[in-house]
Design a binder for this molecule. Structure first.
Ligand code: AMP
Ligand code: ZN
Length: 471
């Protein structure tokens, strides 16, 4: 599989340390509010990546954190803790907010067929690990104490801007809102590993540490949680492109300084879902959720298809019109699948040829729009329906669009509707008219047609015989 690696700025052949266990880490949500459909675009594409890796034969262990402390309003380590902001907004405790929005996040994931990672770890579970890492960085002269906080010293690194040195666009994603200079920092890019002194004395969650009562910085949680569950070598680290700088840049800085060797080999970044006014953002307060889509009658699967139709490295513009187009595409697709009959033996050669196209799409830097095209190729293929159904079931292990179950539901619904509108008396009259026509008894045939018309029934003659409908 070829994947674009943001750390090297090119597509690379994916070679894991151990093919039986690809180690994958994903930055989880900051649970101070609902996830918006932009956040969920990132999680959908990471889900596809994980499933694609499994599909092409790798074993995968995937770990995700839940940010329930330490993510401040500004990435420059200033501003209020987002969790505290959420708690104040809703007059609840931080832990109540964290639990409520963590549950809401996984409920949304389930609706979108996003598999839960193998390990999900709340940041507040790993305080000992953060303290251990920070202490080692201090001992090794990679961190310093200033104004009561512990900072990472970026001047101790040979190289800091891992993702950004070639790319102006990447730098732009790190643009910081409402930056206030922290005068404790020795270098502009130094960042907080552990807060003890903050101008926000009302921080709700605090722990004892060798440097005083305080709380961890946001970046340290991902390094420690990843190492806790995946060890010292990570194959893939994933997240939204806004996390590349400073979050992932800082994760690399502290992890590699702590380990003394390279930490993660491939960096997978999903680009943004934008609205016509720019990036969809939780902190702006107004955003679209899965529940909102559902309340407007949208099937979450249509949103998943909408995401799969575009490449993860392109910005995706959300509009209701674009979503409506995805709904039409999804409904048509499911209707076509519902018309397939599961008869005959699967034709191995045809199946393999279809699968080859699908695998080719995934292997080409997770080209999901081509993978969706491979689904249409199945429907157009010159093979029997059993082969088509087998290929669709196979592809849906990765796409997770409910291709077969939605088709089955549609068939059931249509059968129920037909049964609900069945009327044996009318059927008998229509059959009698057909007999009369056969016997060339035109007067009787016309009489029956008129009688039915008077009862509000119209007869439609089709090549498959006479049908009727209420008018
Ligand atoms: P957060 O809950 O704010 O920590 O973000 C959760 C994930 O969503 C992170 O991986 C972000 O990079 C990603 N993200 C945030 N905004 C967007 C967006 N508009 N489109 C796609 N991904 C996003
Ligand atoms: Zn992270």
């Amino acid at each position: 599989m070829y994947l674009y690696n943001s750390a090297t700025h090119k597509k690379e052949l994916f070679v894991p340390n151990n093919p039986d266990l690809v180690k994958m880490y994903t930055c989880g949500p900051t649970v101070y509010h609902y996830a918006h459909i932009g956040n969920l675009r990132t999680y959908i594409m990471e889900d596809v990546l994980e499933k694609a890796l499994r599909y092409v034969g790798y074993g995968v262990k995937r770990v995700m954190n839940i940010t329930d402390v330490g993510h401040l309003a500004s990435d420059a380590d200033t501003g209020e803790d987002k969790m505290l902001k959420g708690a104040k907004r809703e007059n609840k405790t931080v832990m109540e907010i964290a639990q409520y929005y963590t549950d809401a996040f996984f409920a949304d994931c389930e609706k979108l067929n996003i598999k839960k990672p193998d390990v999900v770890e709340p940041a507040t579970n790993c305080i000992d690990e953060y303290i251990e890492m920070v202490q080692k960085l201090l001992n090794d002269g990679k961190a310093y104490l200033a104004g009561g906080n512990v900072y990472f010293d970026t001047s101790s690194l040979e190289k800091y801007y891992v993702f950004n040195d070639h790319n102006e666009e990447d730098l732009a994603v790190g643009v910081r809102e409402g930056v206030e200079e922290d005068t404790n920092k020795k270098n502009r890019n130094d960042f907080v590993l552990w807060f003890t002194k903050s101008k926000f004395e009302d921080q709700a969650l605090k722990w004892d540490s060798p440097w005083g009562v305080g709380y961890p910085g946001w970046h340290i949680e991902c390094s420690c949680i990843s190492m806790k569950h995946l060890g010292e070598d990570l194959d893939i680290h994933a997240g939204g492109i806004d996390n590349a700088f400073p979050h992932h840049t800082n994760e690399i800085a502290q992890s590699e300084s702590y380990l003394g060797h390279k930490w993660c080999n491939y960096w997978f970044h999903v680009h943004h879902l934008n609205t016509d006014t720019g990036k969809m953002s939780k902190s702006k307060g107004e955003f679209l959720t899965v529940s909102l889509l559902e309340s407007k009658g949208y099937d979450p699967m249509a949103y998943r298809l909408f995401c799969l139709q575009s490449h993860y490295r392109r910005n995706l513009v959300f509009s209701w019109e674009n979503l409506d187009n995805a709904v039409v595409a999804y409904d048509k697709l499911i209707a076509k699948i519902a018309s397939l009959k599961d008869e005959g033996e699967v034709e191995a050669d045809a199946f393999n040829a279809l699968k080859e196209r699908f695998v080719g799409a995934l292997n080409g830097d997770l080209n999901t729009s081509l993978a969706v095209t491979a689904v249409y190729d199945v429907l157009k293929a010159k093979c029997n329906d059993a082969t088509k159904l087998a290929a669709l079931a196979d592809f849906d292990q990765v796409l997770s669009l409910n291709l077969l179950s939605a088709a089955e539901n549609l068939r059931k619904k249509e059968a129920e509707e037909a049964a609900a509108s069945a009327d044996p008396e009318i059927d008998a009259l229509v059959a009698a008219r057909t007999e009369a026509k056969k016997a060339k008894n035109w007067a009787e045939a016309d009489r029956i047609r008129d009688e039915l018309k008077a009862r509000g029934i119209e007869i439609i003659d089709t090549p498959q015989g006479a049908k009727w409908r209420k008018v």
